[in-house]
Design a protein around this ligand. Sequence first.
Ligand code: ADP
Ligand code: MG
Length: 422
Amino acid sequence: MADEKLVVRNVYKIFGEEPERALDLLKQGYSKDEILKQTGQTVGVQDTSFNVHKGEIFVVMGLSGSGKSTLVRMLNRLIDPTAGEIYIDGDPITGTDMENVRKIRLTKMSMVFQHFALFPHLTVAENVAYPLKIRGEDEKTRREKAMKSLEQVGLAYWADRPPSALSGGMQQRVGLARGLCAEPEVLLMDEPFSALDPLIRADMQKELLELQQAVHKTIVFITHDLDEALILGDRIAIMKDGWFVQVGTAQDIVSDPQDDYVAAFTQGIDRGRVFTADWVMRDPIPLDLQTDTAETALKKLDDNERDGLYVKNGNETAGVVTYGDVAHAFSKGETDLKRILHTQYPTTRPRTLLHELYDPCSEGLPIAVLDDDGKLQGVVDPSEVFSMLVPDTELPSEKQARQQQDQAGTASAGAGKAAAQA
Ligand SMILES: Nc1ncnc2c1ncn2[C@@H]1O[C@H](COP(=O)(O)OP(=O)(O)O)[C@@H](O)[C@H]1O
Ligand SMILES: [Mg+2]
């Protein structure tokens, strides 16, 4: 597909002398631990397939030893896969000669590591331009491009200083600038922020997101930190024992963890910073100021189980009425909605995070979700916001067991009925 930058198909990496034997056992269903015990071979990555879309940040998150570095290094063939295929822009990276791989690395992909060494005898700018030197670009071009990427990471001022003049966080920025300098289409980032202290790390995450708004790279970002994954990832893959347990958006993963392992990770996270207004918004079902009365409004509120509804006047949103006000008006025989209309009401945007809605929620009115043109897209009930913040206490394994039991229950009930009819 045109918008697939990277395509990864069934890749495996076995470390050891007899990868074939380990592969065989893997395919028979043996676990990483069992294979290590039986053969001494280490399963780095097993049967992993995914696509990375052009322009997205694809995060691979997992504990230490889960295979993240092995996977990302296979993408540019710093590590050769034992089996499987990898393509960039539809062209194979696997099964092609190293000359071609080098060309791809120099022109299309850059890698940024957690502990990457700056050359102490080169200036910051020379360090940044180093990949261009390898590529054979002239000095003037190298300087220009180095300055541009140093500006992108806010370090232009330090261009002619030695790396030793910089703090750890700044040195990590230089690493990023070096990654950007070759103007790659794909950035591979292996725990680039993991060694930084939390405040600097949060800054770097923010900056990476801002930078990405400007440069639109395709980024594969590795982290062992779920919070970092949730902040950065357009999509996140959760890795365990060399394979992907689950791939999805932050909202997908937190709302529906695939197994207890993923659920355990997601338990403690701040859900108000994961879910957005559009995740909880409901159909607005607007009332019409001209034709609806207290009576019809009350019926719509009841039928749709709403605490309030927005009212339109032609194409404009006129305001919002609450259940209490409508019921009161109806009991007194009033019909007109104008008198009970709240013309001041809270509004938000579809992509606003729920934690930013706590204040507007306190007004007790449904929040209007407006698009770029101010058009009413939906409404968010305060109660929906607060119930979304509470994690599911049922583990995925318990849920599965319950569903199986339910199914078995209906099946045996059905069988009983059939027997009774016979
Ligand atoms: N060069 C190697 N030789 C043998 N085993 C390795 C090698 N590199 C990684 N491994 C093993 O492969 C597995 C995945 O490692 P790695 O990809 O480094 O994980 P992560 O980056 O998620 O911490 C681990 O069990 C690790 O011990
Ligand atoms: Mg690693």
